[in-house]
Design a binder for this molecule. Structure first.
Ligand code: HEM
Ligand code: HEM
Length: 210
């Protein structure tokens, strides 16, 4: 078994499982309920922004500097999987980039969601967007047909980007969970349990990097 090391602090664990819940809720409510959908989406924004801050000032393995590695480290790690898998106490170099990719697509998804919501006249961008998108309506006069068409087109385009970003995130989540399962098998340790209780296997082999 080797020694157990405390790796994922309370914030990281809270962040992770709250994110899973908020993301799932946002996904399931997407075509059902705009209020639930936007609330779940705002929760995702809050969690991701907090995680970005924690990535700078948080505990050792939570910091980006600990797990965002160059292409050489990623290549070496991936090549090692064919033989004796390199063990990392924090995120492995491939997993580290998956974390960055997930945070980035989550930001893209939620930011574009807020724009779509603004076009619909709701949320923080509603008042800022309204005059630019529909000047006549904002001024209290009737919207021309051309204006309405342009507004609907623009809204539709943002909706497409939002949906694409959400689908891309879902694909990454699939790869992420598959990566967790594969890495758990290769390293013979339960990574899901580690994200629940915070503990991972410590340096037990010569190639371990703590
Ligand atoms: C039930 C499905 C999921 C399981 C079992 C799972 C499991 C895990 C595990 C074990 C880790 C730690 C990986 C490591 O040891 O390096 C992790 C990290 C992470 N997961 Fe998941 N995950 C799931 C769903 C999700 C979803 C839906 C998202 C985002 C939408 C997500 C985003 C992340 C992020 C951002 C991290 C990095 C955590 C941090 O450093 O703060 N996961 N996940
Ligand atoms: C990670 C978080 C989010 C996910 C996974 C997500 C996912 C989706 C998906 C898949 C759709 C397309 C539904 C369809 O087929 O029509 C959608 C639509 C939409 N989303 Fe999000 N979204 C998220 C966050 C947000 C946020 C933060 C907002 C705004 C506050 C938002 C506002 C909207 C709006 C207004 C629509 C159009 C709904 C409609 O009227 O048809 N979303 N979202």
């Amino acid at each position: 078994m080797g020694t157990q090391v405390y790796v994922w602090d309370r914030f990281v664990r809270f962040f992770h499982w709250s994110l899973v819940a908020a993301f799932t809720l946002a996904w399931l409510s997407a075509e059902e309920n705009d209020t639930v959908h936007s609330m779940a989406g705002y929760a995702v924004i809050g969690l991701v922004l907090a995680r970005l801050g924690w990535g700078l000032v948080g505990t050792r393995h939570a910091r980006f500097a600990d797990f965002v590695r160059g292409p050489r480290a990623v290549k070496r790690y991936l090549l090692s999987l064919a033989g004796r898998p390199e063990h990392h106490v924090g995120h492995n170099p491939a997993g580290g980039w998956m974390v960055v990719a997930l945070l980035a697509t989550l930001l893209l998804t939620t930011a574009t969601g807020v724009v779509v919501y603004g076009y619909e006249g709701h949320g923080p961008l509603a008042t800022t967007l309204a005059p630019a998108l529909a000047p006549a309506r904002a001024a209290g006069v009737a919207e021309s047909a051309a204006e309405r068409t342009a507004r609907r087109r623009a809204e539709h385009r943002w909706e497409e980007v939002h949906e694409f970003a959400a689908n891309l995130t879902l694909v990454l989540v699939g790869l992420h969970v598959a990566g967790v399962v594969v890495a758990s098998r290769l390293h013979r340790e339960n990574l899901v349990r580690a994200m629940l209780n915070g503990y991972k296997r410590g340096g037990a082999t010569a190639r371990d990097e703590v």
